[in-house]
Design a protein around this ligand. Structure first.
Ligand code: MN
Length: 254
Protein backbone atom coordinates (compact mmCIF):
# COMPACT_ATOMS: atom_id res chain seq x y z
CA UNK A 1 0.00 0.00 0.00
CA UNK A 2 1.23 3.49 -0.90
CA UNK A 3 0.41 6.29 1.56
CA UNK A 4 0.83 9.98 0.70
CA UNK A 5 0.94 12.33 3.69
CA UNK A 6 0.68 16.11 3.54
CA UNK A 7 -0.35 19.01 5.78
CA UNK A 8 -0.59 22.80 5.91
CA UNK A 9 1.66 23.44 8.92
CA UNK A 10 4.77 22.67 6.89
CA UNK A 11 7.28 19.85 6.55
CA UNK A 12 8.93 20.60 9.93
CA UNK A 13 5.75 20.45 11.99
CA UNK A 14 5.60 17.85 14.76
CA UNK A 15 2.10 16.75 13.63
CA UNK A 16 3.20 15.40 10.26
CA UNK A 17 6.15 13.52 11.77
CA UNK A 18 3.92 11.91 14.41
CA UNK A 19 1.39 10.87 11.75
CA UNK A 20 4.05 9.41 9.41
CA UNK A 21 5.61 7.53 12.34
CA UNK A 22 2.25 6.08 13.45
CA UNK A 23 1.39 4.57 10.04
CA UNK A 24 4.85 3.61 8.75
CA UNK A 25 4.20 -0.14 9.03
CA UNK A 26 0.92 0.08 7.09
CA UNK A 27 2.64 0.63 3.73
CA UNK A 28 5.18 2.69 1.83
CA UNK A 29 4.92 6.22 3.20
CA UNK A 30 5.66 9.38 1.20
CA UNK A 31 5.62 12.74 3.00
CA UNK A 32 5.10 15.75 0.73
CA UNK A 33 4.44 19.04 2.50
CA UNK A 34 4.91 22.79 2.08
CA UNK A 35 8.39 24.01 3.06
CA UNK A 36 6.73 26.73 5.20
CA UNK A 37 3.44 27.03 7.06
CA UNK A 38 0.43 27.44 4.73
CA UNK A 39 -2.41 27.29 7.28
CA UNK A 40 -5.67 28.85 5.99
CA UNK A 41 -4.39 28.51 2.41
CA UNK A 42 -7.71 26.84 1.53
CA UNK A 43 -7.74 24.83 -1.70
CA UNK A 44 -5.53 27.16 -3.72
CA UNK A 45 -3.33 25.80 -6.51
CA UNK A 46 -0.22 27.57 -7.81
CA UNK A 47 -0.77 27.98 -11.54
CA UNK A 48 1.14 31.16 -12.30
CA UNK A 49 4.61 30.60 -10.91
CA UNK A 50 7.07 27.72 -10.86
CA UNK A 51 6.89 25.05 -8.17
CA UNK A 52 10.01 23.44 -6.70
CA UNK A 53 10.34 20.04 -5.03
CA UNK A 54 13.15 19.41 -2.53
CA UNK A 55 14.08 15.77 -1.84
CA UNK A 56 14.96 15.66 1.88
CA UNK A 57 15.70 11.91 1.95
CA UNK A 58 13.81 9.01 3.60
CA UNK A 59 10.78 9.69 1.36
CA UNK A 60 10.34 13.21 2.79
CA UNK A 61 9.83 15.99 0.24
CA UNK A 62 9.06 19.67 0.68
CA UNK A 63 7.59 21.92 -2.00
CA UNK A 64 7.29 25.65 -2.51
CA UNK A 65 3.53 25.22 -3.01
CA UNK A 66 0.29 24.99 -1.08
CA UNK A 67 -1.11 21.84 0.56
CA UNK A 68 -3.25 21.12 -2.55
CA UNK A 69 -0.15 21.64 -4.75
CA UNK A 70 1.71 19.11 -2.60
CA UNK A 71 -0.94 16.42 -3.10
CA UNK A 72 -1.27 17.23 -6.81
CA UNK A 73 2.51 16.97 -7.28
CA UNK A 74 2.85 14.11 -4.82
CA UNK A 75 0.44 11.86 -6.71
CA UNK A 76 1.85 12.62 -10.16
CA UNK A 77 5.56 13.24 -9.60
CA UNK A 78 6.62 11.64 -6.33
CA UNK A 79 4.53 8.56 -5.53
CA UNK A 80 4.47 7.69 -9.26
CA UNK A 81 1.45 5.45 -9.29
CA UNK A 82 -1.80 6.13 -7.53
CA UNK A 83 -1.53 6.23 -3.72
CA UNK A 84 -4.01 4.00 -1.90
CA UNK A 85 -4.40 6.44 0.96
CA UNK A 86 -3.98 10.18 1.45
CA UNK A 87 -3.55 11.49 4.99
CA UNK A 88 -3.37 15.17 5.91
CA UNK A 89 -2.19 16.57 9.22
CA UNK A 90 -2.04 16.23 12.04
CA UNK A 91 -2.99 19.90 12.07
CA UNK A 92 -2.08 22.16 14.99
CA UNK A 93 -5.59 23.31 15.86
CA UNK A 94 -9.21 22.52 15.03
CA UNK A 95 -10.76 22.07 11.62
CA UNK A 96 -14.39 21.96 12.68
CA UNK A 97 -17.55 23.30 11.09
CA UNK A 98 -16.93 26.28 8.83
CA UNK A 99 -13.14 26.04 9.30
CA UNK A 100 -13.23 23.52 6.44
CA UNK A 101 -13.55 26.29 3.85
CA UNK A 102 -10.28 27.95 4.88
CA UNK A 103 -8.35 24.88 5.93
CA UNK A 104 -5.27 23.80 3.99
CA UNK A 105 -5.31 20.52 5.96
CA UNK A 106 -8.77 19.65 4.67
CA UNK A 107 -7.87 20.91 1.16
CA UNK A 108 -4.98 18.42 0.94
CA UNK A 109 -7.43 15.58 1.73
CA UNK A 110 -10.03 17.07 -0.62
CA UNK A 111 -7.48 17.05 -3.45
CA UNK A 112 -7.24 13.29 -2.90
CA UNK A 113 -11.04 12.97 -2.77
CA UNK A 114 -11.27 14.75 -6.14
CA UNK A 115 -9.17 11.90 -7.53
CA UNK A 116 -11.28 9.28 -5.73
CA UNK A 117 -8.45 8.23 -3.42
CA UNK A 118 -9.36 7.34 0.19
CA UNK A 119 -8.53 10.56 2.04
CA UNK A 120 -8.50 11.62 5.68
CA UNK A 121 -7.82 15.01 7.30
CA UNK A 122 -6.63 14.95 10.94
CA UNK A 123 -6.57 17.90 13.35
CA UNK A 124 -5.66 18.22 17.02
CA UNK A 125 -8.02 20.47 18.97
CA UNK A 126 -6.71 22.43 21.94
CA UNK A 127 -9.91 23.21 23.83
CA UNK A 128 -8.03 25.52 26.22
CA UNK A 129 -7.24 27.85 23.28
CA UNK A 130 -10.92 28.83 23.08
CA UNK A 131 -10.89 30.17 26.65
CA UNK A 132 -9.43 33.71 26.76
CA UNK A 133 -6.19 34.07 28.78
CA UNK A 134 -6.06 30.39 29.75
CA UNK A 135 -2.59 28.80 29.71
CA UNK A 136 -1.91 26.77 26.56
CA UNK A 137 -1.59 23.03 27.04
CA UNK A 138 1.21 21.11 25.35
CA UNK A 139 -0.09 19.52 22.14
CA UNK A 140 -0.09 15.71 22.30
CA UNK A 141 0.74 14.83 18.68
CA UNK A 142 1.93 11.22 19.31
CA UNK A 143 -1.30 10.55 21.25
CA UNK A 144 -3.36 12.04 18.39
CA UNK A 145 -1.43 9.98 15.84
CA UNK A 146 -2.43 6.78 17.66
CA UNK A 147 -6.10 7.85 17.44
CA UNK A 148 -5.60 8.70 13.75
CA UNK A 149 -4.28 5.19 13.19
CA UNK A 150 -7.26 3.76 15.08
CA UNK A 151 -9.66 5.70 12.81
CA UNK A 152 -7.88 4.36 9.70
CA UNK A 153 -8.01 0.80 11.05
CA UNK A 154 -11.65 0.97 12.17
CA UNK A 155 -12.76 2.31 8.76
CA UNK A 156 -10.61 -0.03 6.66
CA UNK A 157 -13.56 -2.15 5.50
CA UNK A 158 -15.84 0.80 4.80
CA UNK A 159 -15.95 1.87 1.16
CA UNK A 160 -15.88 5.62 0.61
CA UNK A 161 -18.52 6.99 -1.79
CA UNK A 162 -17.16 8.82 -4.84
CA UNK A 163 -15.58 12.20 -4.03
CA UNK A 164 -15.82 11.98 -0.26
CA UNK A 165 -13.36 12.31 2.59
CA UNK A 166 -13.30 11.89 6.36
CA UNK A 167 -12.55 14.97 8.45
CA UNK A 168 -11.26 13.83 11.83
CA UNK A 169 -10.70 16.05 14.89
CA UNK A 170 -8.99 14.75 18.02
CA UNK A 171 -9.28 16.54 21.39
CA UNK A 172 -5.93 17.37 23.00
CA UNK A 173 -6.55 15.25 26.10
CA UNK A 174 -4.70 12.42 27.78
CA UNK A 175 -5.59 9.38 25.67
CA UNK A 176 -7.57 7.66 28.46
CA UNK A 177 -9.77 10.76 28.89
CA UNK A 178 -10.97 10.52 25.26
CA UNK A 179 -14.38 8.83 25.24
CA UNK A 180 -14.02 7.17 21.82
CA UNK A 181 -14.95 7.78 18.19
CA UNK A 182 -18.12 9.66 17.24
CA UNK A 183 -19.51 10.02 13.73
CA UNK A 184 -20.60 13.65 13.37
CA UNK A 185 -21.97 16.21 10.95
CA UNK A 186 -20.12 19.35 9.87
CA UNK A 187 -21.12 22.04 12.35
CA UNK A 188 -20.92 25.82 12.34
CA UNK A 189 -18.26 27.85 14.18
CA UNK A 190 -18.31 31.58 14.81
CA UNK A 191 -15.40 34.01 14.91
CA UNK A 192 -15.50 37.68 15.86
CA UNK A 193 -14.96 39.51 12.56
CA UNK A 194 -12.28 42.05 13.15
CA UNK A 195 -10.18 44.41 11.08
CA UNK A 196 -7.28 46.06 12.83
CA UNK A 197 -5.97 49.13 11.02
CA UNK A 198 -2.41 50.27 11.73
CA UNK A 199 0.22 52.54 10.25
CA UNK A 200 3.58 51.18 9.08
CA UNK A 201 6.94 52.95 9.75
CA UNK A 202 6.69 54.57 6.26
CA UNK A 203 3.38 56.19 7.21
CA UNK A 204 1.17 53.89 5.11
CA UNK A 205 -1.90 52.11 6.46
CA UNK A 206 -2.09 48.34 6.70
CA UNK A 207 -4.72 45.91 7.92
CA UNK A 208 -4.74 42.74 10.00
CA UNK A 209 -7.87 40.61 9.60
CA UNK A 210 -9.45 37.84 11.68
CA UNK A 211 -10.84 37.81 15.19
CA UNK A 212 -11.00 35.31 18.06
CA UNK A 213 -13.21 32.21 18.17
CA UNK A 214 -16.67 32.95 19.55
CA UNK A 215 -18.29 29.53 19.85
CA UNK A 216 -20.41 27.18 17.79
CA UNK A 217 -23.99 26.60 16.74
CA UNK A 218 -25.43 24.19 19.30
CA UNK A 219 -26.24 20.95 17.48
CA UNK A 220 -25.79 17.63 19.32
CA UNK A 221 -24.97 15.88 16.03
CA UNK A 222 -22.16 18.25 15.04
CA UNK A 223 -18.39 17.76 15.03
CA UNK A 224 -18.05 20.86 17.29
CA UNK A 225 -20.31 19.21 19.88
CA UNK A 226 -18.51 15.82 19.70
CA UNK A 227 -15.17 17.49 20.49
CA UNK A 228 -16.64 19.44 23.42
CA UNK A 229 -17.85 16.09 24.77
CA UNK A 230 -14.29 14.66 24.57
CA UNK A 231 -14.90 12.40 21.55
CA UNK A 232 -12.79 12.05 18.41
CA UNK A 233 -15.15 13.44 15.76
CA UNK A 234 -15.32 11.79 12.34
CA UNK A 235 -17.28 13.82 9.80
CA UNK A 236 -17.94 12.39 6.33
CA UNK A 237 -17.51 15.27 3.86
CA UNK A 238 -18.85 15.60 0.34
CA UNK A 239 -17.26 17.56 -2.49
CA UNK A 240 -20.73 18.45 -3.83
CA UNK A 241 -21.77 21.65 -2.01
CA UNK A 242 -25.25 21.82 -3.57
CA UNK A 243 -27.92 22.86 -1.07
CA UNK A 244 -30.53 20.20 -1.82
CA UNK A 245 -33.51 21.93 -0.22
CA UNK A 246 -32.68 25.25 -1.90
CA UNK A 247 -32.19 23.39 -5.19
CA UNK A 248 -35.73 22.01 -4.90
CA UNK A 249 -37.35 25.36 -4.01
CA UNK A 250 -35.45 27.09 -6.79
CA UNK A 251 -36.49 24.44 -9.32
CA UNK A 252 -40.10 24.83 -8.25
CA UNK A 253 -40.05 28.64 -8.39
CA UNK A 254 -38.28 29.28 -11.69
MN1 MN B 1 -2.43 24.37 10.01
Amino acid sequence: MKILISNDDGIDSPGIKALAEAVKDLGEVFVVAPHRERSTAGHSLTLHKPLRIHDLGNNYFSTSGTPADCVYLGIREIVKGRPDLILSGINRGANLGTDLYYSGTVAAAREGALMNIRSYAFSLVDLSSTIPNSPREKLRFPMAAQWARKVIEETVNISFPAHSLLNVNIPNLESEKIKGLKVARQGFRYYKDEVTKRTDPRGREYYWIGGPYKGFEEDPLSDCHAIEESFVSIAPINIDCTHNQFYTTLRESL
